[in-house]
Design a protein around this ligand. Structure first.
Ligand code: ADP
Length: 536
């Protein structure tokens, strides 16, 4: 139905004379009307729009084909056309009501009609109808708004996914040359002789690339958080060992500033929990490095307390306190916002992006925990990471490990380096030679598969993303060839510049034994390859 004639009254009076008289009456009152001779015509006119229908009881009773019934029943949800039913003085109302029970909006007027009553009933019906049209317009607006909102949400989601993809790709592209910078600077640092100035240049080069890498990692985390792509794990781990490791890692930085770094693990000594050690490490490392960064002299203290709750649940609180500059109350509420630093001069003086605390708090919340802070200006700050952790009485404290290289090792001094990026070939080649290996090189997966058929390598260092044939497919083919030939599998270590979760699983699924992410430090690669030697 269109709303072209939404104010029009459709009339079906008992006789032609009645119809004309009614039309003339309405016209005098300024009401637009349309005279219909039977039910079919009412139905046809209704399709063009109607403000109100005046019907007679006879018409309803004669509606054998149920046209009127169907028309009134089919009305849209927002609409219920007012019907004024003219009945003879002795009408059987209950019978008529039964025929018209589908009409929600009916008023009966006995004939002969009272002029005033009749007109005011029509006006009331038209007013009702007007309100219905207003509601329809309102609903249509709401629907448009909801649709626009939905489109905006879809667009924003798509933009977010595109942004995350972009960041993941950029991070891969940046990590790849970064591996060369870090690798070559560590190779240079070990080359002799070096003047003290050259050593300083190399150290600065190294520090700058490490800061750049930290920035990329932070940006990637933010992107993952915004795209809800962070997965929290629940695996067995020893919290005391994890915190000791972090403290050991931080010790040299604290020492450089002559700070006293202490660790109190009494409450959780020897206890194993279920949780996400990688994420807890990330938060605690961030809080500790901030504590060291913002302390000029004095101490940094890490204290862990625990409270057993119902069942196996334990509430662990890791507090990191530092003497130092402190944070003013007005800045305290802002430091957890992205890209916010308590003092704008900080980034120049101490470095940092203002992302660490925002990431840490979100990660803590994803683990159903929280981070709180108290601080006194010129006295120091205390950050507390509170986490509910499940006790793991079965002490499977080691993380599920990769298939041990040791089990599959074949002694030989040649490593196949599969890598397409020339600068990284130079880094890995040099490092491998320094470790004492002979090195063979393949610049893509296909060549690697061919080489692995002909030679029995001590290990294969397999980049996962390469042209022609990627590292996953190459590994699958190598494993298949080995199975067909009945050969002992060659240890394959996947190398990837992707920092996304799930890379480790992808490598294992493809048949690799271990995995290292770029940029790697020399000792890390040596350790991975060293596992092989220990088993000899
Ligand atoms: P970043 O350290 O990269 O600047 P964070 O998000 O980790 O970013 O920290 C945000 C800001 O909070 C810091 O720039 C600093 O102003 C303040 N802040 C964090 N930890 C401390 C601390 N232990 N003592 C004093 N200020 C701190």
């Amino acid at each position: 139905m269109t709303d072209a004639f939404e104010h029009r009254v459709l009339i079906m009076a008992p006789t032609a004379r009645d119809r004309e008289l009614t039309a003339a009456l309405l016209s005098e009152e300024g009401i637009d009307s349309c005279v219909c001779v039977d039910v079919d015509e009412i139905c046809a006119e209704y399709e063009r729009g109607a403000g109100c229908i005046i019907l007679t009881q006879e018409a309803v009773l004669q509606d054998d084909r149920q046209c009127l019934h169907d028309l009134l029943e089919d009305q849209p949800a927002w609409s219920d056309v007012p019907v004024i039913l003219l009945t003879p003085p002795t009408a059987d109302h209950s019978f008529i009501l039964k025929r018209l029970e589908m009409v929600g909006h009916m008023t009966m007027i006995k004939r002969p009609v009272q002029y005033g009553n009749f007109i005011s009933t029509i006006r009331a019906a038209l007013r009702d109808r007007k309100r219905q049209y207003k509601i329809r317009a309102h609903l249509a607006d709401r629907e448009d708004q909801a649709q626009a909102l939905q489109q905006a949400v879809e667009k924003a989601n798509a933009a977010n996914v595109a942004k995350s993809d972009f960041l993941a790709n950029m991070s891969h592209e940046i990590r790849t040359p970064m591996n060369a910078i870090l690798g070559l600077s560590s190779i240079l640092a070990r080359s002799q002789p070096l003047t003290s100035l050259q050593t300083k240049y190399i150290e600065t080069l190294n520090q700058s690339s490490e800061s750049l890498l930290m920035l990329i990692n932070d940006l990637l985390d933010i992107a993952k958080i915004e795209a809800s792509g962070i997965e929290i794990k629940s695996i067995p781990f020893r919290l005391d060992l994890l915190l000791r490791e972090i403290a050991d890692m931080m010790a040299s930085k604290a020492e450089e500033k002559s700070l006293n770094l202490s660790l109190d693990l009494d409450h959780i000594q020897g206890r194993s929990f279920l949780g996400d050690p990688a994420r807890i490490r990330q938060i605690v490392t961030n809080l500790c490095s901030n504590a060291i960064k913002f302390t000029v002299q004095g101490h940094v203290t890490i204290i862990v307390t625990s409270k057993d709750k119902t069942g196996d649940l334990c509430e662990v609180a890791i507090s990191i306190t530092n003497s130092g500059m402190g944070i003013s109350p007005e800045k305290l509420s802002k430091i957890f916002d992205k890209f916010t630093q308590a003092d704008n001069t900080i980034s120049r003086k101490f470095g940092g992006t203002g992302l660490g605390l925002a990431i840490s708090r979100t990660l803590a919340e994803l683990m159903n925990g929280s981070i709180s802070v108290t601080s006194d200006i010129d006295k120091g700050s205390c950050f507390v990471l509170q986490l509910p952790l499940m006790d793991n009485p079965h002490m499977a404290s080691e993380q599920p490990s990769m298939p041990r290289l040791a089990e599959v090792y074949r002694a030989s001094g040649k490593v196949l380096l599969v890598e397409d990026f020339e600068a990284n070939v130079l880094v890995a080649h040099t490092l491998l030679e320094q470790f004492g290996y002979e090195v063979d090189h393949a610049e893509n997966g296909r060549i690697a598969v061919e080489k692995a058929k002909k030679c029995r390598y001590a290990a294969i260092l397999m980049d996962v993303q390469m042209p022609v044939l990627d590292g996953y497919s190459a590994t699958r083919m190598i494993r298949q060839n080995e199975a067909e030939a009945g050969d002992v599998p060659t240890p394959i270590i996947g190398v990837t510049a992707h920092a996304m979760a799930g890379m480790r699983d992808r490598c294992i699924q493809a048949g690799m034994n271990d995995f290292i992410s770029k940029p790697f430090v020399a000792s890390e690669l040596q350790k991975k390859l060293g596992n092989v030697h220990r088993a000899e």
